[in-house]
Write a protein that binds this ligand. Structure first.
Ligand code: TRP
Length: 330
């Protein structure tokens, strides 16, 4: 069975985009996997690049963990852990830092974009080497299938290059070349402003927030200013686009028809979307809120996962160290 691995940064509870493009498809693969063939982790080391308050990082890891479990992740065969609990990955990241040409990383989209948008004084070296740590997450376990959102494709490409680069330098196939696994249907979930859903853009639909916040986010979806009576285009409206991602086909068609006919306002459409989200995710929301009250249980589960992952990582790292002529560690 091919090894699957994925991670989500711990920057607050996962939004609808993360859930549709990463959590749901990954849970489905992980729950069919054989022993130790799937790895799901909370990328808290990656989230350090943006979070100013250190305390929130730990707290956010609980939200991510609870979300995975609420969506039914079975941890019998899956290694489910916090990235910072298996810090051996940072050693591998250092080796990659030393092998990979600086000039190539400068070309990474995410880095270039932030260089344009953020005050340069706030850009850390961590932001620059982010793809290197991500490559280490993947290559440490020789993972082959990486479910990610579309925005992460370049990072996977960098991991592939690093693997090839390192294999060539060492003269041995030490690293398997990973492949991104893209959920075709939901590969690009748009946020309330019609741009890619992302925490930093504050355009998320947070299904694990309170009813009031969720409703407020949905009411904030941007629309044109057509009156209730006017006919509307269901193909371009953001409420409709979001509804289409989660509702069954017959319900989507009914709503589209209402748009085309006119006499159906955006407010009503938003209420329909809100109610459908509450209905569709009612089990997961209940489970999430209940798990968030059991932090020691979450700590326990993540510690078990980290222990297993550490054993595998240690063995792999020793094999890599051997090729670098370093001593084994235990
Ligand atoms: N960069 C990913 C994100 O922001 C998180 C991540 C870190 C990841 N390491 C990974 C995803 C390894 C897949 C594999 O969503």
């Amino acid at each position: 069975m091919e090894k699957m691995l994925t991670g989500i940064r711990s920057t607050g509870s996962p939004h609808l985009g993360n859930i549709l493009s990463v959590i749901i498809p990954s849970v489905s693969i992980a729950n069919k996997s054989t022993k130790h063939s799937s790895f799901i982790f909370i990328a808290d080391l990656h989230s350090m690049i943006h979070i100013e308050n250190i305390k929130t990082i730990k707290n956010n890891t609980y939200e991510i963990a609870a979300a995975w479990l609420a969506f039914g992740l079975n941890i019998d065969n899956c290694l489910f852990y916090r990235q910072s609990d298996v810090s051996l990955v940072t050693e591998l990241a250092w080796y990659f830092n030393c092998f990979y040409p600086y000039k190539r990383l400068v070309l990474a989209h995410a880095f270039k974009k932030e260089m344009k948008e953020i005050d340069h004084g706030k850009i850390s070296v961590g932001l620059f080497t982010y793809p290197i740590l991500m490559a280490a997450d993947i290559l440490l376990y020789n993972a082959e299938i990486i479910p990610v959102g579309k925005d992460q494709l370049q990072h996977i490409e960098i991991a592939r290059r690093i693997a090839n680069y390192f294999n060539k330098k060492i003269g041995k196939k030490l690293f398997v070349i990973p492949n991104a696994f893209l959920q075709k249907k939901n590969m690009f979930v748009l946020g309330t402003d019609g741009k890619k859903m992302s925490k930093s853009k504050k355009n998320c639909i947070d299904i694990f927030s309170s009813d009031e916040i969720l409703k407020k986010q949905i009411m904030g979806i941007r629309t044109d200013n057509k009156s209730v009576e006017e006919k509307k285009n269901p193909e371009t409206d953001y409420i409709m686009l979001l509804y289409s991602l989660i509702a069954p086909l017959d319900k989507i068609e009914i709503m589209k028809e209402k748009y085309r006919k006119g006499g159906y306002g955006y407010y009503e459409a938003k209420i329909a979307l809100y109610e459908y989200i509450i209905h569709k995710f009612s089990y997961e929301r209940k489970k999430f809120f209940s798990l968030m009250k059991k932090k020691s249980f979450l700590d326990h589960i993540l510690a078990l996962g980290a222990k297993k992952a550490k054993n595998i990582a240690q063995e792999r790292l020793n094999c890599i160290r051997k090729h670098l002529k370093f001593n084994s560690i235990n």
